[in-house]
Design a protein around this ligand. Structure first.
Ligand SMILES: Cc1cc2nc3c(=O)[nH]c(=O)nc-3n(C[C@H](O)[C@H](O)[C@H](O)COP(=O)(O)OP(=O)(O)OC[C@H]3O[C@@H](n4cnc5c(N)ncnc54)[C@H](O)[C@@H]3O)c2cc1C
Length: 262
């Protein structure tokens, strides 16, 4: 069974995010790049499924991004993925969700998969639209928000987390699965894993490998970012000086009551 996991390379979530006012794009230079945190859960799911399947099951990580960032994928390889594939091409710049998903889908057709596991959301773009669009372009069933999954009799059986509990859903392979954070905490890379990752292959695909039948990049995008605004700056907190703890508790209670929070 070939399991492919999509992993986006994103600016470190702990770094300050800046938007370039001219391009209206996130500034990615000068900021450390990491694996999208959600995708580490997707990778954990893939590794668990591989371990359960045994035999010749493999895990490939797939990303679309600038080639200069390819070494960031070593962390995924150190966690246990067998190989990585990167789609990198300057002509992809300016791709919105539609163009991104289309290009990724064509590369994933080339890579091939039985099960495609996709994180639910990125820390930078955060549209959550890529999994559905990928499934549509790939023509495969899409099962979202999995907290458990197993492959039996050539089909995928999934427990989907919902607001009121969970659903059990079954679908044929090949299929696309997105994972909930309850699937399991991503594992740490072992020292052996880190050493082994240095020798694992990272293949680069470019657009000339794909033979696309529609444009990508700015020309292939169906949406346009027309404006952006940073979140409002938080006001200074209210400081209350009181004589003792009882008066302090009363003051906090009165404050919360005034805000209609109690
Ligand atoms: C007009 C326009 C121009 C843009 N130009 C650029 C640009 O030049 N450069 C740029 O980086 N972004 C650009 N973007 C943003 C880019 O389109 C999105 O980041 C991209 O479509 C993914 O969407 P998302 O981050 O919301 O993913 P989500 O839908 O939130 O992601 C869900 C899951 O999909 C997978 N996934 C998503 N993207 C990737 C990826 N690249 N590789 C592997 N897995 C992935 C991950 O597993 C992720 O957890 C542009 C957006 C617009 C609207």
């Amino acid at each position: 069974m070939k399991i492919v996991v999509t992993v986006k390379l994103v600016p470190d979530p702990n770094s300050e995010k800046k938007i370039d006012p001219n391009t209206k794009r996130l500034v990615r230079t000068g900021v450390e790049t990491v694996l999208n945190p959600y995708d580490e859960y997707a990778l954990e799911a893939a590794l668990q499924l591989k371990e359960r399947a045994g035999g010749d099951a493999t895990v490939t990580v797939f990303t679309m991004g600038p080639e200069a960032l390819k070494e960031t994928l070593r962390k995924a390889l150190a966690m246990g993925a067998d190989e990585a594939v990167m789609l990198a091409d300057a002509a992809l710049e300016g791709s919105d969700v539609s163009a991104t998903s289309y290009a990724m889908a064509q590369a994933l057709k080339k890579t091939g998969f039985d099960l495609l596991i996709v994180g639910g959301l990125t820390d930078d773009g955060s549209t959550g639209a890529v999994p559905g669009a990928l499934a549509e372009y790939l023509g495969v069933p899409c099962i979202t928000n999995a907290r458990k999954a197993e492959v039996t009799g050539g089909a995928l059986q999934v427990e989907r987390e919902t607001d009121s509990g969970y659903q059990t859903v079954r679908g044929p392979l090949p299929a696309l699965l997105t994972t909930a954070l309850t699937f399991g905490e991503p594992r740490y890379a072992s020292l052996k894993g880190i050493m082994g990752a240095k020798k694992k292959p990272i293949a680069i695909l470019t657009l000339s490998d794909l033979g696309l039948d529609r444009p990508v990049g700015t020309d292939g995008s169906k949406t346009q970012l027309v404006n952006f605004a940073p979140p409002p700056v938080r006001g200074k907190g209210k400081t209350i000086e009181v004589a003792d703890a009882t008066a302090g508790a009363h003051a906090i209670f009165d404050f919360l009551k005034e805000k209609k929070l109690v």
